[in-house]
Write a protein that binds this ligand. Structure first.
Ligand code: PLP
Length: 428
């Protein structure tokens, strides 16, 4: 799509197709498992990947392709792939880069589901992970890279405490070492932050969150920036350079800058099968059309909520990136249009106060999930971080009274009134 068009235009039009049969302006839901071959030879060509025509919806569906292209366009990337969930996006993105014995560097501030997967399922497949402090210096990251390191992994804004990764610095580490930077940009969204501009090679989303916005579908996306030099890093990524069956050219030879996305789609997603439903892509597209408008309002509401609860006698600390947390400079640099809409609060009365506060909310929904038009709140210590020992929670900054609030799009005064009436009840 024309790079001259602004974000608000591209979120509506990028990747859109006009249905050839009926001329439908809205991208149709192609709810079909497979696609009819035009004959024997055409089937063989499609399976060999020599035809642009598709074969099977497990990894290639026209509705999904429109949504994937739109997300890739908004991120400034070259190609995108949709998978069943954000969790599946992380697993697939790493499976396309690393195998048993390989090493991945991460920041020590990650969504707990990612930490669980890294320490559980992915470790069981033989991958080795090492976490560095999110504020570690550039040279410390470079020194931690080993010959078998296959990725540097970070969240642009970490869930739930809003620590911001210095993507420009990590981009320099990537350039110095030839190891791709993979960024989970779920909380920032491409409206607030575009990691490719800072040197990321791959961007991941849980599309269940702000990209959809309506909270009605689970999904994930992986975007290939198209600028990483897979040839310079050939020894780290043999899967992109090996000849394909029957002497066909390697992914790097055939797809060049988007070899990673091609490998992800036609090997990892095809073999593992974390398919994205076409109906979900349809709903996702409808969400993306209003992303910029929603994000402006999400940010405004989050700032209003953070201001309103700061200083309340029941609250000892308010977490919002760049608001009194020492991250002002990095937020100004990486997130000039706002730092998302998660506001987490520490309650003075600990876990009992959190219980009383949450059970008193009338408008705000007590549930897990973020990035919804509705305001949602959760005590992460007894839910998302519930499996951890108390000491481990504290090391991650998860205090007994921590409540995460994903600020929605209701009238800010109504959300604030609900939060304040519940806070008033838990003043120590
Ligand atoms: C930052 C982040 N990444 C990934 C995920 C996983 O996404 P999903 O729930 O769509 O699997 C989440 C879920 O909360 C998240 O917050």
């Amino acid at each position: 799509m024309s790079a001259e068009w602004g974000f608000a235009t591209r979120q509506i039009h990028a990747g859109a197709i006009v249905d050839a049969e009926a001329g439908a302006r809205i991208t149709p839901i192609y709810q079909s498992a497979g696609y009819v071959f035009e004959g024997f030879d055409d089937g063989a060509e499609r399976f060999a990947g020599r035809s642009a025509r598709r074969a099977y919806s497990r990894n290639d569906n026209p509705t999904n392709v429109v949504a994937a292209r739109r997300i890739a366009d908004l991120e400034g990337g070259a190609d995108g792939v949709l998978v069943a969930s954000g969790q599946a996006a992380i697993a697939a993105a790493l499976a396309a880069l690393a195998q048993a014995g390989d090493h991945v560097l991460t920041t020590d501030r990650l969504y707990e589901g990612t930490r669980e997967m890294v320490r559980g399922a992915l470790r069981r497949t033989g991958l080795r992970f090492e976490a560095l402090p999110i504020d570690a210096e550039e040279d410390a990251w470079v020194a931690a890279v080993r010959p078998e390191t296959r990725a540097i992994y970070a969240e642009s804004i970490a869930n739930p405490l809003g620590e911001v990764a210095d993507l420009a610095m990590l981009g320099r580490v990537s350039a110095r070492t030839g190891v791709p930077l993979v960024v989970d940009n779920t909380v920032a969204t491409p409206f607030l932050c575009r990691p490719f501009e800072h040197g990321a090679a791959i961007v991941i989303h849980s599309t269940s969150k702000w990209l959809s916005g309506h909270g009605s579908v689970i999904g994930g996306a992986i975007v290939d920036g198209g600028a990483f030099d897979w040839n310079a890093a050939a020894e780290r990524f043999p899967q992109l350079h090996e000849p394909r069956p029957h002497g066909a050219p390697s992914f790097a030879e055939r797809f060049g800058a988007t070899a990673y996305a091609a490998y992800l789609r036609s090997v990892v997603v095809l073999e593992h099968g974390p398919s994205f439903p076409a109906t979900s892509a349809f709903l996702l597209l409808h969400g993306i059309e209003t992303l910029s408008l929603r994000m402006e309002r999400h940010v405004a509401n989050a700032l209003a909520v953070a201001d309103a609860v700061r200083g309340h006698p029941a609250v000892t600390r308010v977490h919002y990136p760049g608001a009194g947390d020492g991250q002002e400079a990095i937020v100004a640099r990486l997130l000039p249009d706002g730092a998302g809409s998660i506001v987490s609060i520490d309650l003075a009365g600990g876990r009992d106060a959190a219980r009383a506060f949450l059970d008193r909310l009338r408008l705000v929904s007590q549930m897990t999930h973020i990035g919804d038009v509705r305001t949602l709140a959760i005590h992460t210590g007894s839910t998302i971080h519930g499996k951890l020992e108390e000491q481990e929670r504290l090391e991650l900054g998860i205090t007994p009274g921590l409540v995460r609030i994903s600020v929605g799009l209701e009238r800010a005064d109504d959300v604030i009134a609900d939060l304040l009436q519940a806070l008033d009840a838990v003043v120590p």
